[in-house]
Design a protein around this ligand. Structure first.
Ligand code: ATP
Ligand code: MG
Length: 140
């Protein structure tokens, strides 16, 4: 099966609690390889651009304020079925509904402050990777 890449982000609630390593361990243990990674502070405008697809949703202001409230770790993950595998390891958006043993079940604080983002399809993965990384920053 072909290798696939997905985009992942460790959110400000997790960087604040110093648990980025614990989250990376979950990703790597699931067979995903970190082929690019950097820690950045998004401006409000950058968060709004990244989440533009959600701009009409009622939580857009809350989401973009939270995502620009502290550092995030942006990553490119590689592996077989990486998009789906990452979504499985993350668990449901709402931690109270996430399966036991998933990142969000074990670490997320609320539906908004839910520790991780992961692309939902290969097409969005390609867009989100290109939003943060140039080709020379990604190496398997
Ligand atoms: P992500 O896109 O971050 O991987 P997701 O695909 O599980 O998460 P989306 O529906 O795309 O969830 O929502 C994007 C993000 O917006 C969520 O991860 C969460 O941080 C925030 N969010 C979603 N629903 C709510 C809500 N009802 N209230 C507050 N924040 C929310
Ligand atoms: Mg989403």
């Amino acid at each position: 099966m072909a290798l696939e890449r997905t985009f992942s982000m460790i959110k400000p609630d997790a960087t604040r609690r110093n648990i980025t390593g614990k989250i990376v361990d979950r990703l790597e243990s699931a067979g995903l390889r970190v082929v690019a990674q950097k820690r950045i502070l998004m401006s409000k405008a950058t968060a709004e651009a990244f989440y533009a697809v959600h701009r009409e949703r009622p939580f857009f202001q809350e989401l973009t304020e939270f995502m620009s409230s502290g550092p995030v770790v942006v990553q490119v993950l590689e592996g077989e079925n990486a998009v789906l595998k990452n979504r499985e390891v993350m668990g449901a958006t709402d931690p109270s509904k996430a399966d036991p043993g998933t990142i969000r079940a074990d670490f997320a604080e609320s539906i908004g402050e839910n520790s991780v983002h992961g692309s939902d399809a290969p097409e969005t993965a390609a867009e989100e990777i290109a939003f943060f990384f140039s080709g020379s920053e990604i190496t398997g």
